[in-house]
Design a binder for this molecule. Structure first.
Ligand code: 13P
Length: 325
């Protein structure tokens, strides 16, 4: 069942974080919904602009409608991840999304405020929730994103001003994570003091952690043992870091890389171990199961497992949106 993103965020705040999973194909959609159903966890399903142009927005929406019918017990919201103003406008008007992220974080502060405010006004007029970003994460999210070489951490005072002036409903903060498999160099980890300062200035306001993948070492090792050549120093956000971040206002955690690493490992091992096979469904089935197990365990790590019913009952009935058309 679809709920509005803001209701899910409000139900989650300070209790747990919502896993926001970037998915792009039918195997991932099945795996995601199976995992959420097993964990009885509310989830955010998110598509980027690149995913929308790869699969076609209509294919994605139809997959979600099918998933909604096949897994009616799963509580979720559909979200546009890393939109520019045009993509946000399209998503808002399509009627298929509960929320959009306007990412104008690469622009100077005043321009970021202006663009975000325009998108927030339009989104709110259509009943959607808006996530914005202040500060910049290192790395690159996808082919349409701006590659960022040096992170710019979010300034807590500016964050307070930004939220007040734009009217956004949640804020992605840069506190040391980055997109992709190579998140941390040396001993540098998350900047919790900064996160605490942001929370102090924005109490009860949902904060979003981009770059939330764990990048498990075992996954990297298995990929490399099956012919991959990933840098063995790749690492991501640990379970204890997630727990600490949730206590400091992080209510949504974005996860894309971990799903791609599992895909790479499953397919590399499958092709290595079965050189005579050329069926895409056999590794596809394996991937669905592996991804489902990953999603369920991630929801446990985020504390959202078991809270789908809770989220449902907390959501105001008038904002329960049935977007199936
Ligand atoms: P990861 O690269 O850590 O999975 O982060 C994904 C993300 O933040 C999408 O917006």
């Amino acid at each position: 069942m679809r709920l509005s993103t803001i209701d899910l965020l409000k139900a989650a705040y300070a209790r747990h974080a919502l896993g926001a999973f970037n998915v792009c194909n039918l195997e991932q959609v099945h795996g995601l919904f199976r995992g959420a159903a097993r964990a009885r966890a509310p989830i955010i399903v998110q598509f980027t602009r690149v995913i929308r142009s790869y699969a076609h927005p209509l294919v994605l929406e139809k997959m979600l409608q099918a998933a909604e019918a096949i897994y009616p017990e799963v509580v979720f919201a559909a979200h546009l991840d890393h939109g520019d103003e045009a993509a946000c406008g399209e998503a808002i008007e399509s009627g298929h999304y509960a929320s959009v992220m306007i990412d104008a974080s690469h622009l100077p502060f005043e321009q970021n405020v202006a663009v975000t405010k325009r998108v927030a006004e339009k989104a709110h007029a259509h009943g959607l929730t808006v996530e914005a970003e202040l500060g910049q994460l290192k790395g690159i999210e996808d082919a349409m994103s701006h590659e960022v070489k040096e992170a710019i951490l979010t300034d807590p005072a500016k964050a307070e001003e930004f939220v007040a002036r734009t009217g956004c409903d949640s804020l992605a903060v840069a506190i040391g994570t980055s997109h992709g498999a190579y998140k941390f160099s040396g001993k540098q980890r998350l900047h919790f003091e900064r996160l605490a300062e942001i929370q102090e200035r924005l109490p009860e306001f949902p904060l979003v952690l981009h770059g939330g993948s764990a990048v498990p070492q075992a996954e990297i090792e298995r990929i490399n043992a099956a012919g991959g050549a990933l840098d063995a120093s790749a690492s991501g956000v640990s379970q204890s870091e997630l727990a600490r971040a949730i206590g400091l206002g992080v209510t949504k955690v974005n996860i894309g890389t971990d799903g791609r690493l599992i895909w790479t490992r499953v397919h590399r091992e499958f092709l290595r171990d079965r050189p005579k096979e050329f069926d895409f469904m056999a590794p596809g089935k394996m991937y669905m199961e592996e991804y489902a197990a990953f999603v369920a365990s991630k929801c446990h790590a985020l504390g959202s497992a078991g809270s789908a019913f809770d989220a449902l009952s907390k959501a105001k009935t008038e904002t329960v949106r049935s977007l199936t058309r």
